[in-house]
Ligand binder design. Structure first.
Ligand code: SAM
Ligand code: DTB
Ligand code: SF4
Length: 314
């Protein structure tokens, strides 16, 4: 586990030294790994009973999101096939739930996981809080990873969410790990936190055993109607420093440059890749919010001179 003090020492290095060390870690561990493209699909949108202050899908906030019921397996399979043909190696499903409650719907999600795995893609889902039994069943269905973000520091979390606690989040992560599923967990920056809160988040994640298989770094997308709608954008160099720090602390993980790319220049995204980010969400929509278009991302990869995808490591 890394302490806040140790993380500050990394984060506060002169930027050229920080970038160099992050690149060294990336090269030593993943010389030819490339940048993974993950497709994201909201299988059940909106109407969520939780009150996360950043979220377009919370029933507590008056946002433009129209709630929709859980999708069919056939529709999800078709989207996954499309994503695979477009170069995605991982397919991620999100449901606006506090946690799975309805047995028929949970079984449908298990079928979706099987359908994605049958396409030889990595499968990741984010369904809220899980019991040990639910985690075990997801494992048996072949799930590659479970996404459940700690989102921010323990001390900042109650300012963002009141309907569940930081310990609830950690409990789910432990259930996922007990079931033998890899953890995808990271956070959002730009929610009024300090740099120390971001480093405390990395510290919490570094205490997980094993460490997360992937660490999504989201920049807040301010959603009209949410309490955080007027949050100012994150400083670009602070984002780059955080990514480099995450790369150094989690040498084996995919560090995913997640929400917020739509507002970033390609130059900033390229700096994030140089700092060790090696995964993105691609496709024109995240769960409800916009993402760069497929053609913009094709141009981005071309500018990088990088292969558009890596091998599937399932
Ligand atoms: N209900 C589940 C949960 O909370 O774990 C899964 C869905 S939730 C939308 C998944 C993650 O998306 C959140 O933990 C958060 O990190 C990210 N997210 C949601 N809204 C966001 C926003 N407006 N800007 C950036 N990231 C966001
Ligand atoms: C993650 O860390 N970011 C993704 C995925 N995991 C599920 C979600 C981003 C959501 C952005 C806001 C929206 O689309 O509503
Ligand atoms: Fe619900 Fe997840 Fe959004 Fe929170 S982040 S309101 S739990 S969908």
């Amino acid at each position: 586990m890394k302490t806040l003090e140790e993380l500050r020492q990394i984060y506060d290095l002169p930027l050229p030294e920080l970038m160099f060390r992050a690149a060294e870690v990336q090269r030593a561990n993943h010389r030819d790994r490339g940048i993974q493209r993950c497709a994201l699909l909201s299988i059940k949108t909106g109407g969520c009973p939780e009150d996360c202050g950043y979220c377009a899908q919370s029933a507590h906030h008056a946002t433009a999101v129209k709630p929709t019921p859980l999708m069919d397996v056939a529709e999800v399979r078709a989207k996954a096939e499309q994503a695979k043909n477009a170069g995605a190696t991982r397919f991620c499903l999100g449901a606006a739930w506090r946690g799975p409650r309805n047995e028929e719907q949970f079984e449908r999600v298990l079928d979706m996981v099987r359908a994605i795995r049958a396409l030889d893609m990595e499968a990741c889902v984010t369904l809220g809080m899980l019991s040990d039994e639910q985690a075990q069943r997801l494992h048996e269905a072949g799930l590659t990873a479970y996404n459940h973000n700690l989102d921010t520091s323990r001390r900042h979390y109650p300012k963002i969410v009141s309907t569940h606690t930081y310990d609830d989040r950690l409990r789910t992560l432990r259930a996922v790990q007990r079931a033998g599923i890899a953890v995808c967990s990271g956070g959002i920056i730009g929610m009024g936190e300090e740099v120390d809160d971001r480093l405390m988040l990395l510290s919490e994640l570094s205490a997980l055993d094993p460490p997360p298989e992937s660490v999504p770094i989201n920049c807040l997308m301010p959603i009209p109607g949410t309490p955080l709608e007027h949050s100012p954008p994150v400083d670009s160099i602070e984002l780059v420093r955080l990514i480099a720090t995450a790369r150094i602390v989690f040498p084996q993980a995919r560090v995913r440059l997640s929400a917020g790319r739509e507002r970033m220049s390609q130059e900033l995204q390229i700096l994030c890749f140089l700092a060790g980010a090696d995964s993105i969400f691609f496709g024109e929509k995240l769960l409800t919010a916009p993402n760069p278009s497929v053609s913009e991302d094709a141009a981005l990869f071309q500018r990088l001179g990088l292969p558009i995808c890596d091998e599937t490591h399932t």
